[in-house]
Every structure is written in structure tokens, then in C-alpha cells.
Design a protein around this ligand. Structure first.
Ligand SMILES: *Cc1c(COP(=O)(O)O)cnc(C)c1O
Length: 384
């Protein structure tokens, strides 16, 4: 019996051909393919500017920097997220302050953010957790009233929509991931998007050592202009090999979303009504790309989350624990930005798991996952 993975990227010969072409061209570092990928991504996401980065963590770091976050500031964000969300402000000497999330979506709301605001807060990071679109409008109002920068960690969000538009457009600046655990992948890779032209220009310089002439422009000219460095920058560049893969992947994104939504609908239908199981669903204001299809396990389901993970593993199915809680990690032990109680975060992180879902998952394989969950529910109840 083959093992079923939790996630597999959907890559093919179009991607390998695109990389081979870049290698044959002799230009492998950030250059024309990266510029083309940025343009295509901005157009797809209906946003003014896209700036490629080495990954989403570096894109978030740049996003906070161009949004004006400084050492000593507080940035309110969910603990219920991959730890990079909390680390990004930490890199700038700012303090991540943890907010709780809503149980239906796993996302922060205007209420949970407001409860955690401090006098030193200058920005918030809202996450489209697992691809679930966040409810942006109330957060937008809150940030506008208080003069806070609204940063969206849309790492998992490519292909999700909010009120009919792609997620990410309503924030001041958004960050995206192209890690293979997300839908669209470039191996490693990220993107920053914004409608603020000055922020985009600064991010473009900062990711390239804050050089005022890009490496691509310098190498493209015979007599290279003298460059200067106006501030301390970073090397957060993407390569043209990654961008070439990204362009192909972007052209396949809508198909990926359609397939994932079909598979999510099958899980929702087949697992509906199982006592003690709750699963992620579209909110009324948007559509999820189902980057993570999570279920919450609680009584009267006969097994707890760890028990169900073990049962799935016995049946050759590789599920995963749900989203982590950063405030429970040793890296944030004793952290002073843990100021409000986070009961929903702690419950969800303890009781949720992520079921296999990827483009090439066959229905027979998904049926194996469903039967494993259903048999865990039925057999043990009968024995109890
Ligand atoms: C994956 C992820 C990141 C980090 O993305 P990288 O591209 O691996 O740096 C950040 N935030 C969230 C919510 C994520 O899911």
C-alpha cells in the first residue's frame, strides 16, 4: 500500500524546460525572468507592484521595513501561524505582540487584534491562515482609525479570494510564499505586493543590498554606471531559475485551485455529520484555496488529535498536526509580547490536524483517507 503524503507540488516538464532555457541563456541570477514573473504576479493579483524575494520570510521582513516599522515598535500578529510571522518584526528589533484568532477561520479579526493593541503598536500582521481569506474590511477600518500599517501575510493565500477579488490587495503591503508546501512553488521563493509605488521601489533596492542601480542593469550595460548604497540593505533576491518556474506555476494556479476545491468539497461531504469533527469551510465573504484542509477533533470523537494521527499513520496516511502556536515555542519562552490570553489559539493548535490534499491526489487515495477517519470514528465508539 502506497503512503499518501500530506502535500505534493504539481510540477512537470514545462517547469524543467523553463529552467533549462534560463540556464542555456547564461543569466541565472535575478534578471529578466524575475522581472517578468513580478509583472505577471502583480497582474494576476490585481495589485500595482510586485517585488520578488528569496522567500516569504524575507518578503515579510521587507514589508515591515518599508511600512516604517522600527526598533522598539510593537507589531500585533497571531501566535497561531508559522513562526516566521512573529520572527519578521523581531529581525527589525520590534516586538511581536500575540493576538488570538477566530475559531471558525483560524484568522485574526478586528476584535482579537484590538484586544491586543498596545500604545507602541505601529503595525499589524494579519494572516490568511492555510489559505483561508481573512476578513479584511473591519481590520482596514481599525488600522485606518488608529494610523496603523496593515501588513498581510498571504504566504498561503495565492488563489484565495475576498469579496470577489484576490486576497492581499486591500492591505498596505502583502507577502507571499512559493515554498513547496504552498500551491504555487518555485522551490524557495517569495513576493511582496503593494499599491504604494515608493514602498515598492524601496523594497526593490533593499532586497538587493540597497543598490541604486540593479545588478541586472549594471551587467546589461558595457560601461556600468557607478552604483551607490543609500542605506543598509539585504540580499533577498530570487534567481531567474526560480522565476522561470514561477511563471509556469502561475499559469497553472487557477487549475490547482479548482482541483483543491473539488477535493475539499469531497472531504466536507463525506465527513459531514461525524460527531466531534469540525472542518474548515469557506467563510461567507470569500473563497479558500484550501492550502491546508484542517479538521478539529474533539469529543465525542473517540480519539484525540494524536490518536487520530496515529491511526492515519497506521493506514499509510501522512497527515500533519495543525497550525503551530508561536507563543508556545521555546524561541518565545518568557517573551514580553504575550499579553492577552490566547484560548482559541491553544485549543486549535492542540486539536487540529491537516489531511492530505494536493493536485494529483486521486479520488481512490482520498477515499482511503476518508475511510480511515470514518473507521476511527465508528469502531472505537462501538468498543467504548
Ligand atoms: C510558509 C509560511 C511562511 C514562510 O514562508 P517561507 O517562504 O518559507 O519563508 C510565513 N507565514 C506563513 C503564514 C506561512 O504559512
Amino acid at each position: 500500500m502506497d503512503r499518501i503524503s500530506v502535500m505534493k507540488p504539481w510540477l512537470g516538464t514545462a517547469e524543467s524546460d523553463a529552467v533549462a532555457e534560463v540556464i542555456a541563456s547564461g543569466w541565472v541570477a535575478q534578471g529578466p525572468r524575475t522581472a517578468a514573473f513580478e509583472q505577471a504576479f502583480a497582474a494576476h493579483q490585481q495589485v500595482g507592484h510586485a517585488v520578488a524575494a528569496s522567500n516569504c520570510t524575507t518578503a515579510l521582513h521587507l514589508a515591515l521595513k518599508v511600512a516604517g516599522v522600527q526598533a522598539g515598535d510593537d507589531v500585533v500578529l497571531p501566535s497561531f501561524s508559522f513562526i516566521a510571522t512573529a520572527n519578521a518584526p523581531t529581525y527589525l528589533g520590534a516586538r511581536p505582540v500575540f493576538a488570538d484568532v477566530e475559531e471558525t477561520t483560524g484568522n485574526v479579526s478586528a476584535q482579537t487584534i484590538e484586544a491586543a493593541l498596545t500604545p507602541k503598536t505601529t503595525a499589524i500582521i494579519a494572516v490568511d491562515q492555510g489559505g483561508m481569506p481573512l476578513d479584511l474590511e473591519p481590520l482596514r477600518r481599525l488600522c485606518d482609525e488608529r494610523g496603523l500599517a496593515l501588513v498581510e501575510d498571504a504566504a498561503c493565500g495565492a488563489g484565495s479570494t475576498y469579496r470577489g477579488a484576490p486576497v492581499g490587495v486591500g492591505a498596505d503591503v502583502s507577502a507571499w510564499s512559493f515554498h513547496p508546501r504552498k500551491l504555487l512553488t518555485t522551490g524557495e521563493g517569495g513576493m511582496l505586493t503593494t499599491n504604494n509605488e515608493q514602498w515598492a521601489q524601496r523594497a526593490r533596492r533593499l532586497r538587493e543590498h540597497a543598490m541604486d542601480v540593479s545588478a541586472a542593469d549594471r551587467h546589461g550595460s558595457t560601461l556600468a554606471p557607478q552604483e551607490s548604497y543609500g542605506e543598509i540593505g539585504y540580499n533577498f533576491r530570487m534567481t531567474d531559475m526560480q522565476a522561470a518556474v514561477g511563471l509556469v506555476q502561475l499559469s497553472k494556479l487557477e487549475q490547482m485551485v479548482v482541483r483543491r476545491r473539488e477535493l475539499a468539497a469531497r472531504y466536507q461531504q463525506e465527513l459531514a455529520g461525524v460527531p466531534g469533527l469540525r472542518f474548515v469551510q469557506d467563510p461567507e465573504y470569500g473563497t479558500s484555496n484550501y492550502q491546508s484542509f484542517w479538521i478539529e477533533v474533539s469529543r465525542p470523537f473517540p480519539l484525540d488529535r494524536e490518536g487520530l494521527l496515529a491511526k492515519l499513520a497506521e493506514d499509510g496516511i501522512s497527515a500533519r498536526r495543525g497550525i503551530m502556536a508561536s507563543h508556545l515555542q521555546p524561541a518565545y519562552a518568557g517573551h514580553s509580547g504575550y499579553t492577552v490570553a490566547l484560548p482559541v489559539t491553544e485549543r486549535l493548535t492542540a486539536n487540529t490536524l491537516i489531511l492530505p490534499l494536493y493536485h494529483d491526489l486521486r479520488e481512490e487515495e482520498q477515499d482511503r483517507v476518508i475511510s480511515s477517519v470514518l473507521s476511527a470514528s465508528a469502531l472505537t465508539t462501538a468498543g467504548a
